[in-house]
Design a protein around this ligand. Structure first.
Ligand SMILES: NC(=O)C1=CN([C@@H]2O[C@H](COP(=O)(O)OP(=O)(O)OC[C@H]3O[C@@H](n4cnc5c(N)ncnc54)[C@H](OP(=O)(O)O)[C@@H]3O)[C@@H](O)[C@H]2O)C=CC1
Ligand SMILES: CC(C)CCC[C@@H](C)[C@H]1CC[C@H]2C3=C(CC[C@]12C)[C@@]1(C)CCC(=O)[C@@H](C)[C@@H]1CC3
Length: 311
C-alpha cells in the first residue's frame, strides 16, 4: 500500500539528521490505519527522504511491529514519478490501497474584502468550510514546463496511477484508490481550455476541481475497480483523515463514484463522514481525461528525448 507523502519538517524548516515531525493528514492517516490494523504493509511515498525516515520512526514508536517502507517521489517532476513507479513495480505485485494525499497551495494571499463581507453575511459558515473565493495563489513553472500546482496536485498523481495500473487491476481483489480533494474545489475556477490554470489566480481550487473530474473518468476507465474519494477543510490532521479511514473500511463496489466523501467535525467535536454529489458533468470529465492522456504522451516523449540527449 502506498500512502501520500507524510508531513514532517525540521523546526527551522530546513533538513537535519533528526527532523521534527510536522503532522499533516498523511501521517495522521497512517497512524489511524495502523491503529485499525497493524498487520498491513505501509509504503510511505515522500519527496523528502529525511522526513520520510522520521515519519517511519514516529509510526514505529507507536506500532513497533508495523511493516513500513519508504519510497522517494516528487510529484512535481515527471522523471521522479516514473522512477518511483518503476520502483513500486519492482517491489510489489499488487497495491491494495493507493492514497493520493500530496497537495500544495503555494503563496496563498487572502482577499480581505471577500473575508470581511463574508464574515457579516449568511454565508459565513460556508466561507470558513470552503474558503470559496477567499484565497489567491502565485503559481510557478516546473522543470517539465507545467504549472506547479497542476503538476503536483493533479498530473503527477495521474501519471503515477497510469504507470502502476498493472498493480491496481486485479480481478479477484480490486484495489482502492483514494484521492484527497477539497471542499475548495470550484467549477468556476476550472476551465477545460486552461486546465493548468495558467491564466487565473486560483490554481488550488482549479486543481481540486480537476481531481474531482478525473476521479469520475478514472472510475469509468478502470472498469469500476478503483474508487476515488476526497475530503474537505480540516481543523486537525486527525479529523481530516476521517473520510480516508472510513473509505478504508468500505467495499468499493458499494460506493457511488459521483459522490465526494467529506471529513466533517460537529460542534461537539465528533468526527463524521458526509457524502455530497459533485458539481460536474460526465462528458467534461471524459474530455479532461482525454486531454490528460494527450499531455502525458507529449510530456513523456519530451522527457525520454531529453534523457537520450544526456546519454
Ligand atoms: N489541511 C486542510 O484543511 C485540507 C487539506 N486538504 C488536502 O489534504 C492533503 C493533505 O493536506 P495537509 O496534510 O493539510 O497538508 P500538508 O502540507 O501538511 O501535507 C501535504 C504533503 O504533500 C507533500 N508534497 C507537497 N508537494 C509534493 C511533491 N511535489 N511531491 C511529493 N509530495 C509533496 C508534502 O511533502 P513535504 O513534507 O515534503 O512538504 C506534505 O507532506 C492535500 O492534498 C490538501 O490539499 C484538503 C482539504 C482541507
Ligand atoms: C483573521 C484572518 C484574516 C482570518 C483568515 C482565515 C483564513 C486564513 C481561513 C478561513 C477559511 C480557511 C480555509 C482554508 C485556508 C485558511 C482559510 C482561508 C482552505 C482554503 C485550506 C485548504 C482547503 O483545502 C480548504 C478546504 C480550506 C477552506 C477554508
Amino acid at each position: 500500500m502506498i500512502d501520500g507523502p507524510s508531513s514532517l519538517q525540521s523546526p527551522q524548516g530546513h533538513h537535519n539528521s533528526s527532523p521534527k515531525v510536522r503532522r499533516g493528514i498523511g501521517l495522521a492517516l497512517c497512524e489511524r490505519l495502523l491503529t485499525e490494523d497493524d498487520q498491513i504493509h505501509l509504503c510511505l511515498a515522500c519527496r523528502n527522504m529525511q522526513r520520510a525516515k522520521a515519519a517511519r520512526i514516529s509510526l514505529l514508536s507507536l506500532h513497533p511491529a508495523a511493516d513500513i517502507s519508504i519510497l522517494q517521489v516528487n510529484l512535481g517532476s515527471l522523471k521522479s514519478v516514473c522512477q518511483a513507479a518503476t520502483e513500486v513495480k519492482q517491489r510489489y505485485r499488487q497495491v491494495d490501497f493507493l492514497y493520493l494525499n500530496a497537495g500544495i497551495m503555494p503563496n496563498p494571499c487572502i482577499n480581505l474584502k471577500v473575508f470581511l463581507s463574508g464574515l457579516f453575511s449568511r454565508k459565513v459558515i460556508h466561507m470558513f468550510t470552503t474558503g470559496e473565493g477567499l484565497l489567491t495563489q502565485k503559481d510557478q513553472i516546473t522543470d517539465d514546463g507545467l504549472q506547479e500546482v497542476f503538476e503536483t496536485n493533479v498530473f503527477g498523481h495521474f501519471v503515477l496511477i497510469r504507470a502502476i495500473e498493472p498493480l491496481l487491476c486485479h480481478v479477484d481483489s480490486p484495489s482502492q484508490l483514494i484521492w484527497t480533494s477539497s471542499s475548495n474545489a470550484r467549477k468556476s475556477a476550472f476551465s477545460l481550455l486552461d486546465y493548468q490554470h495558467i491564466q487565473g489566480q486560483e490554481s488550488y481550487s482549479s486543481s481540486k476541481y480537476a481531481t474531482d473530474l478525473l476521479s469520475v473518468a478514472l472510475n469509468r476507465h478502470f472498469n469500476q475497480q478503483i474508487r476515488i474519494f476526497t475530503n474537505s477543510f480540516t481543523i486537525t490532521p486527525y479529523n481530516g483523515a476521517e473520510a480516508l479511514l472510513w473509505l478504508f473500511r468500505q467495499k468499493p463496489e458499494l460506493l457511488d463514484p459521483l459522490l465526494k466523501y467529506h471529513s466533517c467535525t460537529s460542534g461537539l467535536g465528533n468526527n463524521y463522514v458526509e457524502s455530497r454529489k459533485m458539481n460536474l458533468e460526465e462528458e467534461s470529465s471524459e474530455l479532461f481525461y482525454q486531454k490528460l492522456l494527450e499531455l502525458e504522451k507529449q510530456t513523456l516523449k519530451k522527457l525520454s528525448e531529453s534523457e537520450e540527449e544526456y546519454k
